[in-house]
Design a protein around this ligand. Structure first.
Ligand SMILES: [Ca+2]
Length: 135
């Protein structure tokens, strides 16, 4: 993913220096991927492949969470092979919907977030997440 991202970013930077004619070819693809997982009116959170809320991202959608925290997450998002061991920063929005955000690493260990949270760098948890859960 990294090599492709660098290439696309370079292309995007180059294109900034040249004014495109109105009849130019279709706009290039964005310099990163945006993936949506889940459905619903609530934006639960966003994870980013790079630090500082940059790079490719996944937006997680759903509904509110139950107040009962029985240890079984309401939303389970196992990451595909493009996204495992990639997440470096995140924003969590759904605290007011009774939700918590849990990251799980390959061992099943958990990092949880309660209140509305922005983490620009996951530190020890950088590139460790294999599943994102909301509960
Ligand atoms: Ca990363």
């Amino acid at each position: 993913m990294k090599k492709r991202l660098i290439g696309v970013c370079a292309a995007a930077l180059l294109s900034l220096g040249v004014a495109a004619p109105a009849s130019a070819a279709p706009a290039p693809a964005p310099p990163y991927d945006i993936l949506t997982m889940g459905e619903g009116p609530v934006l639960l959170g966003v994870v980013y492949a790079d630090a500082n809320f940059s790079g490719s991202r996944i937006e997680f959608r759903g509904n509110s969470c139950s107040k009962d925290k029985d240890g079984v997450p309401e939303y389970q998002f196992p990451l595909n092979s493009d996204w495992r061991w990639q997440i470096s920063s995140l924003r969590f929005y759904a605290a007011s919907q009774n939700c918590e955000l849990w990251l799980r690493d390959r061992n099943g260990d958990k990092l949880s977030f309660g209140g509305i949270t922005s983490v620009k760098w996951l530190g020890d948890w950088n590139d460790q997440t294999v599943t994102v859960q909301f509960t």
